[in-house]
Design a protein around this ligand. Structure first.
Ligand code: ADP
Ligand code: MG
Length: 439
């Protein structure tokens, strides 16, 4: 069979150890593969992720050589086959938010609650328990990787168990669906589908921005469901008021129910989340390593998970225990990688937008207190988030020499030590910069 033959052909391209450790563990899923899609099943999520990262493109290339087709290659973890409403669902190949499937591990039980997400968690739970009755719509917003999609799926999972009809969709999917039915003149079918659900979960609503036709259709869907007391839950990276390019009538509807935000998690919450993920994925990490990751990584939980998976894959590949030095290496490698993506212009733009001053003022000679303060912050962030040296930064900001940069750094560090609120603001800015530039 071709699917198996391709794997054998991989032997020529990778080392024997890699082949034996990863490739021989894959099974070709003949039953579910299609002419343009090959599905392989890995024994667990780590091997699946590893194969995806390392060999998927090689597999695709071999298929192309053999068939001339650009096939989609899926690597799924074995335990991921779940029965959902009698239909076979595949999970977890795609990240939750890029598919319309509900991830069965994103439950309330698996969600760690801390003060940063307590409000959003409680609101989600009460909506899950009383759909259409508690708050409608529920609007959850917060930065990337802080658990919005997880909560949305948790509401979904909770209600699937109660045999309620749940639709989870991204804006992109909603748009595709709509366009498809529009083209086929089957809009009635489209509307019927949404009308029939009990709970509509829409992720990343900010992507509605500027899409007028979709907004129009979504407006009707919203009214229809809301009018029939069907629960609507929305997520976004920002408060509805702040989403640019969104019709006022939608913004005001999003504020009808309850708006709940998720803040950056504190250290203890991060530690608890890491422990939970390790427990779920069967990974063992020393407390020392867990504390190190929590203290040194940014608040994006998705990235923290990425590090855990990477550590685990690396350790199984080279047969080395996951210890502090391995963790330090992997983290610093990742941070270097991230630094390459952040530009000084991004930092200037983001900080000046947040602090309400003009980007040009940052580089000016103005001694206005607010501007001096913003300039210091920019310099501090530039030094910590980019690989630029102090002399290089002095040159960029038109300063005499590196002593001015070093003075600004010292000042910001002092202020961070003295003022908790200032420190939080700096961390939030750093988080914004990294997430805006890395996504
Ligand atoms: P968002 O949609 O806000 O970008 P996700 O919901 O996709 O973020 O979360 C990213 C990852 O972090 C997911 O794997 C999710 O399970 C995990 N995560 C985030 N917050 C928590 C939490 N409080 N407890 C457990 N896992 C969490
Ligand atoms: Mg999400």
């Amino acid at each position: 069979m071709l699917g198996e033959k391709i794997l054998q052909m991989l032997q020529e391209e990778i080392s024997k150890t890699e082949y034996e450790r990863y490739i021989t563990n894959l099974a070709y899923d003949e039953q579910n593969s299609k002419a343009d899609e090959a599905i392989y099943i890995a024994p667990n999520i780590f091997i699946a992720n590893w194969v995806k990262a390392k060999y998927r493109h090689k597999i695709a290339k071999l298929f192309k050589l053999q068939t001339g087709l650009d096939m989609s290659i899926q690597i799924l973890a074995k335990k991921g086959y779940v029965e959902n409403n009698g239909a076979k669902e595949q999970y977890p190949d795609l990240p939750a938010n890029s598919s319309t499937k509900i991830n069965p591990t994103y439950t309330f039980e698996n969600f760690i609650v801390g003060s940063s997400n307590q409000f959003a968690y409680t609101a989600s739970l009460s909506v899950a328990e009383n759909p259409g009755k508690a708050y409608n719509p529920l609007f959850i917003y917060g930065g990337a990787g802080l658990g919005k999609t997880h909560l949305l799926h948790a509401i979904g999972n909770f209600n699937i168990k109660k045999n309620r009809i749940v639709i989870y969709t991204t804006i992109e999917q909603f748009l595709n669906d709509f366009t498809y039915h529009l083209r086929n003149e089957t809009l009635e079918q489209f509307r019927e589908k949404y009308r029939q659900c009990d709970i509509l979960l829409i992720d990343d609503i900010q992507f509605l921005s500027g899409k007028e036709r979709t907004q129009e259709e979504f407006f009707h869907t919203f009214n229809e469901l809301h009018g029939h007391n069907k629960q609507i839950v929305l997520t976004s990276d920002q408060h509805p008021k702040k989403i640019a390019g969104l019709e006022e009538r939608l913004k005001s509807r999003f504020e009808w129910g309850l708006i709940a935000d998720i803040q950056l998690p504190e250290l203890e919450t991060k530690i608890a989340i890491i422990k939970k993920k390790c427990e779920l994925d069967g990974i063992y990490l020393d407390n020392e390593v867990i504390n190190y990751i929590a203290a040194n990584m940014d608040s994006n939980i998705r990235e923290i998970e990425g590090v855990i998976l990477k550590l685990n894959a690396y350790s199984s590949l080279v047969g080395q225990r996951i210890d502090l030095s391995l963790a330090k290496n992997v983290l610093s490698e990742m941070q270097k990688e991230q630094q390459k993506n952040v530009s000084l212009k991004d930092i200037v733009d983001i900080v000046s937008a947040e602090l309400n001053i003009k980007p040009s003022e940052i580089k000016s000679k103005s001694r206005n207190r607010q501007i001096v303060n913003a300039r210091r912050i920019v310099i501090y962030l530039a030094r910590t988030l980019t690989p630029n040296s102090m002399p290089a930064l002095a040159q960029f900001f038109g300063m005499k020499d590196h002593t001015s940069v070093s003075h600004a750094m010292k000042k910001v560090k002092e202020m961070m030590q003295q003022n908790e609120e200032f420190k939080l603001k700096i961390n939030e800015l750093a988080y914004k910069i990294k997430n805006l530039t890395c996504e």
